[in-house]
Design a protein around this ligand. Sequence first.
Ligand SMILES: *Cc1c(COP(=O)(O)O)cnc(C)c1O
Length: 386
Amino acid sequence: MFKLSKKVQALPPYLFLEIDKAKRKARGEGRDIIDLGIGDPDQPTPKFIIDCLSQAALDPANHRYTLDQGMPVLRNAIGDWYKRRFNVNLNPEAEVLPLIGSKEGIAHFPLAFLDPGDISLVPDPCYPPYKGGTILAGGAPYLMPLVAANSFLPDLKKIPLSARKKAKIIFINYPNNPTSACASDDFYTELIEFATKNKLIIISDLAYSEIAYDGYKPRSLLEFPGSREVVIEFHSLSKTYNMTGWRIGWACGNAQLVAALAKVKSNIDSGIFSAIQLAGVAALQGEQDYLKNMCVLYQQRRDILVQGLNVLGLNAVKPKATFYVWIKIPAQADAISFAARLLKEANIVVTPGVGFGQHGQGYIRMALTVSEARIKEALGRLKKIS
Ligand SMILES: *Cc1c(COP(=O)(O)O)cnc(C)c1O
């Protein structure tokens, strides 16, 4: 009866729908499903953060609208954290903006800079809001293939002049979801040169910087020379402190870009619940042992899963960061049918790579967010059907 806007009609189809439906149906039938599809930590938020929230929730001063730009105490804590973690100096007033989770900021940002006919350079495969945010802002995504032969980094030299001219934004996400690839220093240096030359804004999505293994420390793009002119970086407490449901993250970097996002958001939302902001301060300033232990836990799961998959003849490399394993499936298989078969025959849910974009075809993603025992059980089931 009502006609959807052209923008909403242009949004990509939700390719995980069929898998979601099949998963619900299987659970409904009482089947014992191992869900390796979900990118959501299985462990709880550390108790000291919950305690801080409980206390703060009792204080009526925290019950009212917050400032749109976030509480100064949180912006300062974010600035201090960037200094400690990356040795990057941020001005908390002008270069930091708390968000209701980084997803909303990433999806809203294109509204500030895209006009109809403008382009965003978007990796393929990618986290879906890069495409969705671009389309909802009236722009068009230009897809940059992420392929194994180029270490799942976009090949900037291959982006045609016509796309460079119309592009306003380039999205980058390392450590990467879904491929778990990491960026080299050389790539970041080349990227900043490319963006500067072509007058592009770089959106750096750094959601997984703290989930890393074997001593690897992912870097912030803001550590690199020239970055402050062109970069807005998004970060989140979701993966670092098991706080996906809390909705708290931030944007930081170039002051004009941060201010533009703040202006868009001031027309859309009214800030983060103060008690959650204070809990965010506690998370950033508290003991970081919990995080270290989480990485040890994921690393053990990673080693078991990747080794088991390799024994079964499935081609997967150990990720240096993120809690995803990106797995090449047999050449003749289609990712969606392969995932459907794993659900039907082994009661295992995985994410078909093609759900993140065409270049995810031929891959599936497994998440390390289930216990070691369940990973072993999943490997046993895979062995039976392979
Ligand atoms: C999980 C994730 C985020 C974080 O989202 P929040 O909205 O902060 O919970 C951002 N980017 C990527 C690629 C992710 O996988």
